[in-house]
Design a protein around this ligand. Structure first.
Ligand code: NAD
Ligand code: NA
Length: 395
């Protein structure tokens, strides 16, 4: 079959195996071009199939020669229907890892559940004995609590007051006003239950109590801050409360790792086009202006460049630099005063008419389609793709 992008609103319903494979190969080549990183050797990546988690898995494997176990929640292909992109990414990653002689296995299922945790622990016991790093990179709209069975849904809402600002539909380029009603009822606690730190802590507690963490063990999760422009919907909104909770959990986990001389970190990463961020109002307009400015300055990065720099210059540097809240900052170039001042100016000028010139809508769109394996250089999209792609190390 010939696979074409089919979009509905902010999602793409199809994905291209060859395009996803090419994306992974490009990321691997990038990591190899940057040289070895003296990092962890046995790594568990939770949320390993797309975005920052995939980049972390690639950097661990091809930068540090690490054995990796990846956990993710992806849809396998079926007759006449492509898989979700994370499936194809993981298949490509494992194929390349195995070719390079690296251990790589994967588990597909709900990381929030007791079953998937147990399956992962059993695999570590059988194959790796202990691990020295856990990367926690889940992004999910829902979580079923493993103990109570309660299903929580996260929301992206401001807190306290209605939010009104500009946004763009990046498919049409139309800039319009959005207004989002403030959180109500259990919105805040539900969002914290999904995207806060509880599940991260559960993973580390389980691994620790089974003796699966080596001395000097490290774990890292990812957060976001962003500018005042997006503050009301992001950092001071419901999702921001979840990130506050995640960041606070790093300290709790670090305390629990003292005997092991271990440590939990949160890294604040740059705003990037992912499936999750495309769905947040206002963020696509911000990103399209940010990309324009950062590209003009020669400081634009994607997930792989961010994680390479995070590992090389922060996590595995002689002394890991942190901010006054104990966080690693790899959003430093996004948050540079000159960059933010320029974005704020452009924001005022942004209309449907001006945006194609002052913003990087084309870059946004390309990144969005790239997530699904489309618009990737070097891929022949006129060629039939018929084989059902398997993930070689899937358990
Ligand atoms: P993503 O959507 O690309 O990746 C999410 C991963 O989680 C995928 O591997 C997916 O399979 C997995 N997943 C989702 N639900 C799951 C479940 N129930 N069980 C198992 N796996 C599940 O997201 P991303 O943008 O890479 O986000 C990762 C982290 O980085 C998040 O904490 C996010 O807030 C943070 N972050 C994102 C940005 C950004 O701009 N995208 C910026 C800074 C920080
Ligand atoms: Na991820």
């Amino acid at each position: 079959m010939i696979i074409e992008p089919r979009t509905r609103g902010f999602i793409c319903l199809t994905s291209h195996p060859k395009g996803c494979e090419q994306n992974v190969i490009d990321q691997i080549e990038y990591i190899k071009s940057k040289g070895a990183i003296d990092g962890a050797k046995k790594v568990l990546v939770i949320g390993a199939s797309t975005g920052f988690g995939l980049a972390s898995r690639i950097t661990s494997a091809f930068g540090s020669g690490a054995s990796t176990i990846g956990v993710f929640f992806e849809k396998p292909p079926s007759e006449g229907r492509p898989a979700s992109p994370g499936w194809y990414n993981s298949a490509a990653f494992e194929k390349e890892a195995h070719k390079a002689g690296l251990y790589a296995k994967s588990i597909n299922g709900d990381a929030f559940s007791n079953e998937i945790k147990k399956q992962t622990l059993d695999l570590i016991k059988a194959d790796l004995a202990q691990i020295d790093m856990v990367i926690y990179s889940l992004a999910s709209p829902v979580r079923t609590h493993p103990d109570t069975g309660v299903k929580y849904k996260s929301v992206l809402k401001p807190i306290g007051a209605k939010f009104q600002n500009k946004t763009v539909d990046f498919h049409t380029g139309v800039v319009s006003e959005v207004s989002i009603e403030p959180a109500e009822g259990d919105d805040i606690e539900n969002t914290v239950a999904v995207m806060g730190g509880e599940d991260w802590k559960m993973w580390i507690d389980d691994l620790k109590s089974e003796g699966l963490l080596s001395e000097g063990f490290t774990t890292i999760a990812y957060s976001y801050i962003g500018p005042s422009l997006t503050e009301a919907v992001y950092r001071k909104g419901t999702i921001g409360r979840a990130k506050d909770d995640l960041e606070a959990t790093a300290f709790t986990i670090s305390d629990s790792l003292k005997a092991l001389k271990g440590k939990a970190y949160v890294s604040v990463n740059k705003a990037l086009v992912t499936q999750a961020s495309s769905a947040i109002p206002v963020i696509p307009l911000y990103i399209s202006l940010l990309y324009k400015v950062m590209k003009a300055e020669g400081i634009h990065e994607g997930c792989i460049e961010q994680i390479q720099r995070l590992f090389q210059d922060r996590l595995y540097s002689a002394k890991t630099p942190i901010d006054d809240k104990g966080r690693i900052r790899i959003d430093d170039w996004e948050m540079r005063a000159d960059v933010q001042a320029r974005v704020a100016e452009l924001w005022k000028e942004a209309t449907t008419e001006t945006l194609p010139k002052i913003g990087d809508l084309k870059g946004y769109e390309k990144d969005f389609f790239n997530l699904f394996g489309f618009m990737v250089e070097g891929v022949d999209y006129d060629k039939d793709v018929n084989e059902i792609v398997e993930i070689p190390g899937l358990q």
